[in-house]
Design a protein around this ligand. Structure first.
Ligand code: ADP
Ligand code: MG
Ligand code: ZN
Length: 630
């Protein structure tokens, strides 16, 4: 191997460099080494009788000897600036006669000492390269600063977060209160011999406030919060992740009581042996170290490990065993009450006008996470500020909502008449199909104003918070998604690329139905998907051929499901062709229509007044909240 012979070479060069620099006197000043300021002080104190500067050495004859020597030699890192700085002083001392003579010997080409620095630099770089190379070969190499955990001690923005900042999430907070209590007074628990969970895993979709909750626990208990992200452990060099884990736990023990928070733990905690490369990779070592650390520290130490993930299914089972992350807390997408509370928290410090009803907003934002809601209010505030208005109104909320769902409106984008017609037919196809599908969520707004990357949009939002989709609901969603493409096909006789996103989503839904949720008879109630991807490697390693057979069947079933939905959609749209034409003409003339007006159009009624706010009108309004029982 070429590299093997290269290493002794590097050592050789490094040693040479060291010896060379040693002998040329950099490290062996014969007289006392003075610092730059000491030299300057000698001049200020009028102690220098005469001096000579040659290269980077200065030799001074002194009035008062230093440690018995009246002639002192020392180095000057930068004789040039020394000369500039001292110029005035030298002149005056020369005139007064204190300084009897001096000389700056002109440079004569390259001197040995000038070569030393470049050489040294090269040497150091080579040494570093060599050490890193060795680090790859042998992970016990103590490149210790690589292994320092990139933790953030304390709360990143210095603001203390408490449970009051986490709205909704009452059950989650209740479960975490116990941990807070333990951190406040660990003795109470340990004396009685109670077993406090070692590790808590917060599980939930992104943006639901997992990080926020972890910070709030630390804030409530008033303990140190050491947070690190799973991806920080994942480094190029083998062994670095493992040493970061070690370092993190050491730090925590020093500052205990403390919370260690590992965000996005799935980055390190994946099932071992599931990678296609297989075998002992960096992640595996890091994970092993994490397991060792979690087993190794006692309950008395007052350290609790928290972690967050949105993919608990891909975590290595060893992580979830007793003594490790033995308690899971599910942080869910907030319900309507939770959403209202979250909106209230984030509305603090923002000026809202009278017409903004957060309850209505909460009702219309089913499926939104805390992060989405915070984003919504912020976008609305930005819109209000842009128009130099003092307060956020409902129209801002509405526009912000559409912006979040589909990107900002691009009213100025010039579109050809033909494109507009295609878009109008396409969106009308979605809307009409959705209207005649009994389980489909109601259409809230239709527009052919381009937004983000799409040319038009049909918005639909769920009536309520049900999160459990049935087979029929999923199927009807596919039908609705195909509405745009089918309408182009039927009413324009040609199809466009504008439906590609719809087709992607429909295909994904169909695949989920067939391969994930066991909703197809031919494949039975079996899941063939491992978290989004069709199983590869892991469980089917041994029977590749049988897997290929199943994969073929999945594809066939997905196609037949989509074909069925396509025909269904075509039937709806041809049955209601007049409605579709009416809608698309209206859109061409008016650009958009509210959900309420659309519903009236479908019922054959007068359209009535166009309301300003389109997303929040008409829906979910009168439905009274059930009164509290007390
Ligand atoms: P996760 O870690 O689950 O992805 P975060 O904790 O990072 O989510 O939440 C992102 C942001 O969303 C928070 O900073 C906060 O502003 C907001 N947020 C999320 N959930 C809530 C909640 N329950 N109450 C208040 N704000 C929330
Ligand atoms: Mg987070
Ligand atoms: Zn579409």
């Amino acid at each position: 191997m070429k590299n093997r012979r290269f290493i002794p070479m590097i050592i050789y060069v490094a040693v040479l460099v060291l010896v060379f620099s040693w002998t040329t006197g950099l490290f062996s000043q014969k007289s006392a080494t003075l610092s730059y300021s000491q030299v300057v002080d000698l001049f200020r104190a009028e102690q220098v009788k005469s001096f000579v500067v040659e290269d980077q050495t200065i030799t001074m004859e002194l009035y008062t000897p230093i440690s018995g020597k009246s002639s002192v030699t020392t180095t000057l890192a930068d004789p040039q600036s020394f000369r500039l700085e001292m110029n005035d002083l030298l002149k005056s001392q020369r005139e007064s006669g204190v300084l009897q003579g001096y000389d700056f010997v002109p440079q004569k080409g390259f001197s040995a000492s000038e070569l030393i620095f470049p050489l040294l630099t090269v040497g150091v770089i080579l040494l570093l390269l060599w050490a890193m190379f060795m680090g790859r070969m042998n992970n016990s190499n103590p490149m210790s600063n690589f292994g320092k955990a990139r933790t953030v001690l304390g709360v990143p923005d210095g603001k203390k977060v408490t449970f009051a900042d986490v709205a909704g999430a009452d059950e989650e907070k209740e479960e975490l209160r116990e941990v807070v209590d333990f951190l406040r007074a660990p003795e109470k628990y340990t004396e009685i011999g109670a077993r406090i969970p070692h590790g808590l895993l917060l599980v939930g979709p992104p943006g639901t406030g997992k990080t926020l909750l972890a910070r709030a626990v630390a804030g409530e208990a008033d303990v140190q919060f050491l947070s690190i992200s799973g991806s920080d452990f994942v480094e190029m060099y083998v062994g670095v992740g493992a040493s970061r884990v070690r370092d993190l736990f050491d730090q925590a023990k020093k500052v205990a009581p403390a919370i260690i928070f590992i965000d996005e733990i799935d980055a390190v905690g994946r099932k071992r042996g599931s990678g296609l490369g297989g075998g002992h990779d960096e992640k595996e070592q890091t994970l092993n170290q994490l397991l060792v650390e979690m087993d190794g520290f006692g309950r008395t130490e007052g350290v609790i490990v928290m972690a967050a993930t949105n993919r608990p299914d891909i975590l290595d089972p060893a992580l979830l065993r007793p003594g490790r992350f033995d308690r899971q807390i599910h942080v869910g997408v907030p319900d309507v009450k939770g959403r209202e509370e979250i909106l209230k928290v984030h509305a603090r410090g923002k000026k809202l006008s009278e017409d903004v009803n957060l309850r209505t907003v909460a009702r219309s934002t089913s499926g939104f996470t805390g992060a989405d809601l915070s984003n919504l209010l912020n976008e609305a505030a930005i819109l209000a500020a842009r128009d130099s208005r003092a307060a956020v109104n409902m129209e801002d909320m509405n526009e912000a909502m559409m912006k979040i769902l589909a990107g900002p409106a691009k009213k100025s984008r010039v579109q050809s008449r033909r494109d507009l017609k295609t878009t109008a037919i396409h969106e009308s196809g979605h809307a009409v199909a959705m209207y005649y599908l009994p389980t489909h969520d109601p259409v809230r707004h239709i527009s052919i104003v381009p937004r983000g990357s799409s040319l038009g949009a049909t918005w639909y939002l769920p009536k309520d918070d049900s999160s459990n989709l049935t087979r029929n609901e999923m199927y009807e969603q596919i039908v609705g998604l195909l509405g745009g493409r089918v309408a182009e096909d039927v009413f324009l006789g040609d199809i466009s690329v504008g439906a590609s996103n719809d087709i992607d989503r429909a295909t994904k839904l169909a695949k989920d139905m067939v391969a994930r949720y066991g909703m197809c008879e031919r494949l039975g109630t079996v899941s063939y998907l491992d978290g989004g991807e069709v199983f590869i490697g892991r469980d089917y390693q041994t029977s590749k051929s049988s897997f290929e057979k199943v994969a073929g069947t999945i594809d066939e079933e997905v196609k037949s499901l989509i074909d069925r939905a396509y025909d269904h959609c075509r039937k709806i749209l041809t049955d209601h062709a007049d409605k579709l034409r009416e809608l698309s003409d209206y859109l061409l003339a008016n650009e958009s229509i509210s959900g309420e007006q659309f519903a009236r159009m479908m019922e054959g009624k007068e359209l009535g007044e166009a309301t300003q706010t389109v997303l929040f009108d008409g829906f979910g309004e009168p439905r009274e909240e059930p009164k509290d029982q007390e």
